[in-house]
Design a protein around this ligand. Sequence first.
Ligand SMILES: Nc1ncnc2c1ncn2[C@@H]1O[C@H](COP(=O)(O)OP(=O)(O)OP(=O)(O)O)[C@@H](O)[C@H]1O
Ligand SMILES: [Mg+2]
Length: 302
Amino acid sequence: MLNAADTVLKTELPLPFVARGKVRDIYQMGEDKLLIVTTDRLSAFDVVMPNPIPNKGKVLTQISVFWLGLFSKIVPNHLISTDIRQMDLSSEVLQKYGAMLEGRTMLVKKAKPFPVECIVRGYVTGSGWKDYQKTGAICGHVLPANLKQCEKLVKPIFTPSTKAEVGHDENISREQAAKMIGKDAAQKLEELSIKIYQTGADYAEAKGILIADTKFEFGVMNGEIILIDEIMSPDSSRFWPKDKYETGHDQPSFDKQIVRNYLSGLDWNKQPPAPELPQHIVDQTSRAYCEAYERLVGKVIG
Ligand SMILES: Nc1ncnc2c1ncn2[C@@H]1O[C@H](COP(=O)(O)OP(=O)(O)OP(=O)(O)O)[C@@H](O)[C@H]1O
Ligand SMILES: [Mg+2]
């Protein structure tokens, strides 16, 4: 197990800075590339925790890389390299930051992202369960009556949302998505999203993980649609252990549940700053991320 000295909460590389998300630090590389560094930050209830989670950045990066290999026959993607020696970094940067960047960094093609998040749901849960209870449908997909909470859908559904610059993303109908990005593009993204999800979910299920839903992002590069961002990670999806699956109630998840449960027992109003997490919660969470990786990929994170 790594200790806190091996974790990365924030990077400050001497490169043109693009953005700091809740989890990733992004830098510009030349005209048309990005360096995406996945830190060990964890957010829960949309607030970033003060403690880093050992190995989380590496797990998220390696899971994305693993899926990109599996999906490369279905859709082209943004990945150029995960080898820090192949990223055109100066020898100074490599010397000073190489050890920190190793395993958590991707050099990618910079695309023009579509302003919609491509969500695919294979099970009725989360906001989908709430919509279904109210309306019998999820984002315009009318579903059979009497579905139970967390029940598997006969076929996965595409439920896009806006990509809000600030605040929460908003669910939209497929018609609204078509208005925003054009009918052909919307249809293509739906087709690709369902196909990738199905391929990944089938693979994961055989390894004991149910991927209940996930969010993909696509962009355009030289006129071609490519898959960008993180791919089917425990952060962008719901990972459920298959051996504990049971309909009728919420499922335990592989990763953030430990932190969410801990935080829910506190008197914290879910506004920043978040409270410090105790060591045993950090350790359990780190183990959960590593286990998801190990089950899926069949290798120990290194
Ligand atoms: N190849 C790419 N080209 C252009 N933009 C990309 C590419 N890959 C990912 N991105 C963008 O980079 C960002 C990823 O950063 P990150 O996940 O940290 O932030 P976020 O998802 O916007 O916000 P947060 O995680 O804080 O909710 C996303 O906005 C995504 O659209
Ligand atoms: Mg993100």
